[in-house]
Design a binder for this molecule. Structure first.
Ligand code: AMP
Ligand code: MG
Length: 404
C-alpha cells in the first residue's frame, strides 16, 4: 500500500501525447489554450469618449460653448474643436481633434439652440483632476490604455472561461489553438448492476457510478464515452475493455478491483499489456484504487463504492486530466474554522471527509456512513483532508476545504 502523495506523484507524472487543434471560437469554452495570444490592435483603438456628453477644450469648460457637430459611436468626427466650441459626443465615439475633455450630458444645459454651458460650479482650486486619473483628460479613454498592439493578452495553458472568450474575440482570434481532449472510456463492472431506468430485483443495485463518472468527466469537458456494464465474467469484461482501449486514450473502470473472487480487473489489465503502478492507497475512502499504464494508454480502476470513486476522481484523475491537456490546475481551497469538534476512530489512512460550509463560514462535517453512502455527498460543498496520524480536530481550528 502506498501513501496518497506517492500515488499522486505517480499519476501526475504520467504522460500520453494528445496534440493540439484549432477550433471555432464559439466552441472554445472549457478548452485549454495551447498558444500565447497577442493583440493585433490597440485597445481602445482610438481616443474615445467614456460618456455621453460634450467634447471641448478644458480651458473653455466654464465658457458658453457653440455646438458644431454631433458624433455618434462608429463615426469619425469631421470638425476640429476650436476656442469656445464643443461637439455632442456619444459613448464609444472618437474624440474630435482639439478636444481634451468630455463633460457629461447630465452636467450640461442648452441655453439657446446650439449654445451649451457646463452647469457644475467652478472649483476654488483647479486641480485639473479627472476620475480616470489622466491629468487634463476627463472622461476620455486613451488609445492603447487597456492593451497595447502586440501585447500578450492570454497565456498558453489557461482554461478558457467566458471572460477569455471575450478577449479572444476582441483580438480577432477566431480559431484558437487548444489542446486535444483526451478520449476516456467509462466502464462499470459488476453482475449486480442494472442501468438506472430498470427497477432492481432483490440482489441488484442501480449503476450510479456510470452516470457519476460520465458527469465528472463531462464537467471537465473531456471526450467521455460510455461503454456500459461489464458483468463479472472475465471474457465479457475483457471484450469490453479491449474495445474501449482501442478507441480511447484512458479507461476509467469502476468496481472489480477489490479482493473478491470476481474482481478480474487486475488480471485483465496485465493481459492487455498494462503495468499496474499501484493497486492500494492509504486513503479513505478509496483504498483499492488501481492505476495502470501501457504505451500511450492509462487505466484508472476506481473502487466500486460511489463515494470512493467520486473522491478518487477529485484527488487523482481530475488533476491528471488537466495536466495532460497542459493546464496547471489551481484547486479551489478555502481555509475556514471547524464548526465543532471532530474525532475519527482510526488514523492509519489519509482521510477525505465531505463537509458543508455554513452561512457563518464554518466547516460542518457531514454525517457520512461510509463509502457506499452516496447521499453523503448531496450537500457537500467540499472535502477536508485529515493526514495519517491525526485523529481529531477541535472546534474553531482552521482547516483547508477543497471545494468540489
Ligand atoms: P466492488 O469494488 O466491485 O467490489 O464493489 C464495491 C461495492 O460498490 C459493492 O457494494 C458494489 O455493489 C458497489 N458498486 C460497484 N459498482 C457500482 C456501480 N457502478 N454503481 C453503484 N454501486 C456500485
Ligand atoms: Mg464488483
Amino acid at each position: 500500500m502506498i501513501k496518497l502523495h506517492e500515488a499522486y506523484e505517480i499519476v501526475i507524472s504520467t504522460k500520453i501525447k494528445l496534440g493540439t487543434e484549432n477550433i471555432e471560437l464559439q466552441n472554445s469554452l472549457g478548452r485549454v489554450l495551447a498558444e500565447d495570444v497577442f493583440s493585433d490592435l490597440n485597445m481602445p483603438p482610438f481616443d474615445k469618449s467614456a460618456m455621453d456628453g460634450f467634447a471641448c477644450r478644458y480651458q473653455d469648460l466654464y465658457n458658453e460653448l457653440e455646438q458644431i457637430e454631433v458624433i455618434p459611436a462608429g463615426k469619425m468626427p469631421e470638425k476640429t474643436i476650436g476656442k469656445n466650441q464643443c461637439s455632442k459626443i456619444m459613448t464609444g465615439a472618437p474624440i474630435p481633434k482639439g478636444a481634451d475633455t468630455v463633460f457629461i450630458v447630465e452636467d450640461s444645459k442648452e441655453i439657446s439652440p446650439n449654445k451649451i454651458i457646463y452647469t457644475k460650479p467652478k472649483p476654488e482650486i483647479d486641480i485639473c483632476s479627472t476620475e480616470s486619473g489622466n491629468a487634463g483628460k476627463s472622461n476620455i479613454c486613451l488609445i492603447g490604455e487597456d492593451i497595447q498592439q502586440g501585447a500578450k493578452v492570454l497565456d498558453k495553458g489557461i482554461l478558457i472561461k467566458p471572460q477569455h472568450v471575450a478577449v479572444l474575440a476582441s483580438v480577432g482570434c477566431v480559431k484558437p489553438l487548444v489542446s486535444k481532449r483526451p478520449r476516456i472510456a467509462v466502464i462499470a463492472t459488476g453482475s449486480e448492476l442494472v442501468e438506472p431506468e430498470i427497477k432492481p430485483t432483490l440482489s441488484q443495485i442501480r449503476n450510479s457510478n456510470g452516470s457519476q463518472m460520465m458527469a465528472q468527466l463531462n464537467n471537465l469537458n473531456v471526450d467521455a464515452n460510455y461503454y456500459g456494464i461489464a458483468i463479472d465474467d472475465e471474457k465479457a469484461t475483457q471484450d469490453i475493455f479491449e474495445k474501449a482501449m482501442s478507441e480511447n486514450d484512458i479507461i476509467m473502470l469502476s468496481g472489480g478491483v477489490s479482493e473478491g473472487d470476481f474482481d478480474f480487473v487486475p488480471k485483465i489489465l496485465r493481459n492487455a499489456g498494462f503495468e499496474i503502478k499501484f493497486d492500494r492507497v492509504a486513503v479513505q475512502p478509496g483504498k483499492p484504487t488501481t492505476f495502470a499504464t501501457a504505451e500511450n494508454k492509462i487505466c484508472f480502476g476506481m473502487p466500486g463504492n460511489p463515494v470512493s470513486s467520486f473522491v478518487q476522481f477529485e484527488l487523482l484523475l481530475k488533476p491528471l486530466l488537466y495536466k495532460l491537456m497542459k493546464h496547471d490546475v489551481k484547486l479551489l481551497n478555502v481555509i475556514l474554522p471547524m464548526a465543532s469538534d471532530f474525532t475519527r476512530k482510526r488514523a492509519g489512512r489519509f482521510s477525505w471527509i465531505p463537509v458543508t460550509i455554513s452561512e457563518k463560514g464554518e466547516v460542518e462535517v457531514i454525517d457520512y456512513h461510509g463509502s457506499a453512502h452516496i447521499n453523503g455527498l448531496v450537500f457537500a460543498d467540499g472535502l477536508i483532508g485529515i493526514p495519517i496520524g491525526i485523529k481529531s480536530l477541535k472546534k474553531g481550528e482552521l482547516i483547508n476545504v477543497r471545494q468540489i
